[in-house]
Design a protein around this ligand. Structure first.
Ligand SMILES: [Ca+2]
Length: 407
């Protein structure tokens, strides 16, 4: 079960922020159920993201890892489905030889999306070379333009404007979430480049974009100048540091989201050997990888010095690999069906299918974790509905809604 404050204080006297602990030992169990939100839909193909636009709340756009975006009515009775984008040829994904963690991973409507601005953004894995030439993997952030057809909105892949290419040394740890903040800036989560033990030395290296959350301005994107760096980014003007970086020290941030009520940025960072963690991301924050994993020195059995850990930020929650091995980040709950979860950050484990929510206690550090129970299939992602209720996108091809359990 989750570590108590007492135990952490006893075993980790060198914590930089001793008041902040992972979670309180008074875990509460909340009974929730996961019900199929679209029982009449055919299975989705590795659904990894779902979004809607406020101007069209009755339609959900579902991102499939193998390179497609489909649009389905939010109406549970419907079986209608419309193909918006087929990017499967351009994208390197599990269906055409890519790594299990590669593919079409991120999607976001542009700020101000509407009749006069039909732009959306995607993150996808790409491969160049091969056939005798060296293969290079890269993560690509691109802008696409939506147009209309009789059947609904469609995206011509030819409308692509590449915003950013980042070389990915290995197929795993891509990150791949892209999300616009309330400030209309685009936040991009990137993993450490892959392999194990941060072999590339990227987590703590501010000269690489890997292992970091980036913040860029794409509102005036052109082919010649696809993005600019906001002047108030934390490392602007700092020598040997990329201006794009907003926060760093991350291993494989798998899903981040903004709290729709207060604009806080939350991120789940997948661990390697022992600990999975949930972080609240602040400007310029260093989240420790690979010096720490969760609240613990990394690798296990080593003792990191106070100097090494100077300034590292602790996670808000963590769990041990006895309870799960690959965290999937969700959302701060702002719905009404589960009042006890109001303001708590909801997350789960891809492999063990366990789910939790954490109420952060920003004053005392007595964060309170709620055990929510098991999902029905591996949780690839969460999504937030217009009314704040949460969906789970699962690798049985189904999308579930989190609801109160009936007695
Ligand atoms: Ca960390």
């Amino acid at each position: 079960m989750h570590r108590s404050k007492l135990a952490l204080t006893a075993f980790l006297p060198l914590l930089v922020s001793p008041a902040v602990v992972a979670q309180d030992d008074t875990d509460s169990v909340l009974r929730v159920a996961y019900v199929d939100a679209f029982p009449n839909q055919e299975k989705f193909d590795r659904p990894v993201y779902l979004d809607h636009h406020p101007s069209d709340p009755g339609q959900y756009w579902v991102v499939e890892q193998n390179g497609r975006i489909v649009r389905v009515p939010s109406d549970a009775e419907s079986n209608a489905r419309h193909l918006v984008l087929d990017f499967s040829d351009r994208c390197f994904h599990p269906g055409n030889g890519g790594h299990n963690e590669e593919g079409l991973l991120g999607f976001a409507f542009a700020p101000g999306y509407g009749e006069d601005n039909r732009h959306v953004f995607i993150y996808y894995s790409h491969k160049t070379g091969g056939e005798g030439r060296r293969v290079t993997r890269e993560g690509v952030v691109a802008r696409l333009t939506v147009s209309d057809s009789d059947a609904g909105p469609i995206i011509d892949p030819a409308s692509e404007l590449v915003v950013m290419r980042v070389e990915q040394p290995w197929g795993n740890h891509n990150g791949g979430t892209i999300v616009f903040g309330p400030d209309e800036m685009l936040y991009i989560a990137l993993g450490d480049g892959g392999a194990a033990d941060d072999r590339g030395g990227n987590g703590q290296n501010l000269k690489t974009l890997l292992g970091a959350i980036l913040r860029v301005d794409v509102r005036k994107a052109t082919a010649a100048a696809p993005y600019s760096v906001p002047a108030d980014n934390p490392f602007v003007g700092v020598e040997d540091a990329c201006d794009e970086i907003w926060a760093y020290g991350l291993r494989n941030p798998w899903r981040m989201s903004f709290d729709r009520e207060n604009g806080d940025l939350w991120c789940a960072d997948v661990g390697q050997n022992t600990w999975e963690e949930v972080d609240r991301i602040v400007r310029g924050g260093n989240y420790g990888w690979p010096i720490t994993e969760g609240l613990h020195d990394f690798p296990a059995g080593t003792t990191r010095s106070a100097d090494e850990k100077q300034g590292l930020l602790d996670p808000v929650a963590e769990y041990n690999h006895r309870e799960g091995v690959s965290v999937t980040g969700g959302y701060v709950y702002r719905g009404t069906a589960l009042p006890a979860l109001q303001g708590a950050y909801v997350y789960g484990d891809f492999a063990f299918m366990s789910t939790w929510a954490v109420h952060e206690d920003r004053d005392e550090g007595e964060h309170r974790v709620h055990v929510l129970g098991k999902a029905k299939a591996p949780i690839a992602s969460y999504a937030e509905e217009p009314d704040g209720e949460l969906l789970l996108l699962c690798f049985d091809g189904r999308i579930y809604r989190m609801v109160p359990a009936s007695e």
